[in-house]
Design a protein around this ligand. Sequence first.
Ligand code: UDP
Ligand code: MG
Length: 327
Amino acid sequence: MDKITIIVPCYNEEAGIDFFYPEVQKHVEKIPNCEFFYLFVNDGSRDGTLQHLRELAKKYPKVSYLSLSRNFGKESAMMAGLDYAEGDAAIIMDADLQHPASKIAEMVKYWREGYDDVCGKRIDRAGETWLKRTCANIFYAIMKKFSTSYELQRDVGDFRLLDKRCIEALRLMRENQRFTKGLFTWVGYRKKEFPFEVQERTAGASSWNYKALFNLAIKGMTSFTTAPLHIMTFIGMTVSFGAMAYMIFVIAMALIYGDPVAGYPTLMTVILFLGGMQLLALGIIGEYLSQIFHETKNRPIYLIDEMNGAKMIYRHGIFTERNIEQR
Ligand code: UDP
Ligand code: MG
């Protein structure tokens, strides 16, 4: 009998969370020789999500939940789920049922064929706005150009089944600035993509916006490649050589024609251009510096407030129940 945990990060999902269990259970029941468990991760919701989860856990023995001490973001919530998932594999799914549960049987089939990372590939990008699609195109193009050793999977998100060995590998990566999409690629192992269509949200609203997506893209680039730094070095060298040549030209012209004052437009252009380049280069260095800043503090990725009804405490790197804590 295979045991699979379904990890569900939830942030302000009270409106739709009750539909999740019956809908998914309807599909997974039919899968032979497989037992499914549910692990909901409440990512500091501001609505009644936690209350709903408590009730679900009381009602169904296969449901358990973690509640984080505040909103840490989906990436951290997923890590919490992976840390506490038990069994031979785990499936990560959105709480809003945008990931079709009908695909789970297919995922399990691939996993049993020997794949370690069965990931859903969206085939419905056409329905998105032009701006969002263009931004995604640019992002993937840059990432593809920069990262030489491994390639980011196109249109592949967090809907996936992970074998135990992928989970163990992901548990080793305790970085704070998590770009999970890249981490999945980084661990390698045998990957299988399957197509799926993102469904309508059951209820509530998406918590992503352009600002969040832009930040994610920057994080993705700065945490997975140092190519921008190399590019700036290259540009800096080119500009310096150009400047040297131009300097010789200017001096020669002044010596030959004795024309010391002309050239205000050129001067302005050069100053503004170089100023801009310098700020850009500083910005890029700053992005990497901020990564280092966050990582060197070595803070935990998340804090658990409550787990299946028990208050938790974090001590010496592990979470235990607060009331059985030894003094
Ligand atoms: N989510 C989370 N923490 C956050 C934001 C989102 O755990 O800070 C969860 C959310 O509850 C959902 C999943 O991540 O289960 C995807 O979020 P959402 O539906 O808002 O994103 P979209 O589907 O629009 O990409
Ligand atoms: Mg969603």
